[in-house]
Design a protein around this ligand. Structure first.
Ligand code: ADP
Length: 162
């Protein structure tokens, strides 16, 4: 089976992430969304909440599994019998970081390939950070995230909204 691992912080999952998952399912038999705790990024949601939201947002997509992972990504990819790391590429700004990650992962394990998908244009400027910023200022994010994610953002950021 051709398995791809899609790693990320997903704090929280947006339609941009879901778009990448949908596209990657055209190429892979199974996609494992691997949610990294990433404490260094001071996430708004803990890892269990992020996993739950990814599960909700992908519940209608067959062939998707959601897990957390710690440690080296290439180790996780191997353990799951996968061949590839899936990443999304937005505007040019993602390129440098993604290029670096892909090359370091290749150095760590030559057998793991990184593959990149481009999202729909309307999601190409979407980041979890901008969503948190807009929601924190009381703006509507319903066009960009699953309704349950929007609800949780409102609850979590309530103290900031007018
Ligand atoms: P990380 O902390 O690993 O960058 P993210 O959750 O921010 O975690 O992103 C995971 C992956 O999804 C990255 O490859 C990122 O470029 C991609 N991604 C995030 N948002 C979008 C989007 N709107 N369109 C396409 N790819 C995206």
């Amino acid at each position: 089976m051709n398995i791809g691992v899609y790693p990320g912080t997903f704090d929280p999952i947006t339609h941009g992430h879901t778009d990448i998952i949908t596209r990657s399912l055209r190429v892979f038999d199974k996609v494992i969304v691997a949610v990294a705790p990433n404490p260094g990024k001071s996430p708004l949601f803990d890892v269990a909440e992020r996993v739950e939201m990814v599960k909700l947002a992908t519940k209608d997509l067959a062939r998707v599994e959601v897990e957390t992972f710690e440690g080296l990504l290439v180790h996780f990819v191997r353990q799951r019998g996968a061949r590839a790391v899936i990443r999304g590429l937005r505007a040019i700004s993602d390129f440098e970081h993604e290029f670096q990650m892909a090359l370091i992962n290749r150095k760590l394990d030559q057998t793991v390939e990184s593959v990149f998908f481009m999202p729909r244009e309307e999601y190409s400027y979407l980041t979890s950070s901008i969503i948190k910023e807009v929601a924190g200022l009381g703006g509507t994010v319903k066009d960009f995230v699953h309704p349950e994610v929007a609800k949780r953002l409102r609850q979590r950021l309530r103290r900031h909204t007018p």
